[in-house]
Write a protein that binds this ligand. Sequence first.
Ligand code: CP
Length: 309
Amino acid sequence: MKHLIDVLDLTPNEIEDLINTAKEIMKEPSAYSQVCQGKKLATLFFEPSTRTRLSFEAAMYELGGHVLGFSEAASSSAAKGESVSDTVRVVSAYADIIAMRHPKEGAPLVASMYSEVPLINAGDGGHNHPTQTLTDLLTIHKEFGRLDGLTIGCCGDLKFGRTVHSLLHAMARYKNIKFVLISPEELRVPEYLRKELLIKKGLDYEETTNLESALPGLDVLYMTRVQRERFFNEQDYIRLKDSYVLTKEKMALAGPELRVLHPLPRVNEISMEVDEDPRAAYFRQAKNGKYIRMALIMKLLGVSLEGKK
Ligand code: CP
């Protein structure tokens, strides 16, 4: 049994296989409509979600399986004080695979130690979001045809933005990657990531507060919202929330091959007028999320198209 807690739990070869499977599913979704017949996915979401929970659920339905779960801690026995470990022990008797989101960093890792079935981290606090990263990698691969030789700008809340943390770890394993980290001083990537990943691995990176000057050199611009729910002080959030707003005028500074990604939800950091620009890839990205989660569910359940033929 294998869990997915961190994107580095998967080797680059395994990620390549998942990307290939997702692309195969996109070509002929009906061929996969029964591969998870009789299997159940539990979605345990202790924190709000639209894309991750619903794309997991859509993924399981489209594979012919069933879904159970809850979308907020208040409607589970966590509200009565039940621990994550007890919740997962019980739910793993009801489901074949679990996707879990939790506001506390490390909660899915603890849960996986008590789970009798594969458990997927669907986002833990400001830490990691591995299935978003798989979505991002699939999107970059579809848009560019490769995962190496790219300059990737990450812009916004790089301190609390878990999708950026997972993406940096994942992309650092590919060749000739350059990171441009664009954030206000107070929202720079955490020190542990700078020391343990960027510096220790000798990665090519620069940090800047200036989006406009970074834009012309980027292949990917990964925009993020300022994570209001992780701030201790509302005044700080209000002061920082509109640090970067991507507009049509700023898009004119970038090259024709640029792709703008965003894990969504967007708040104010990308102007709606940018949506019409063919370089805006964030809604394509959200759609890709369902297909890569279909591939991941199949992998962790050990089912394949061939096994059903
Ligand atoms: N990208 C993402 O995790 O979105 P949700 O919070 O809506 O799941």
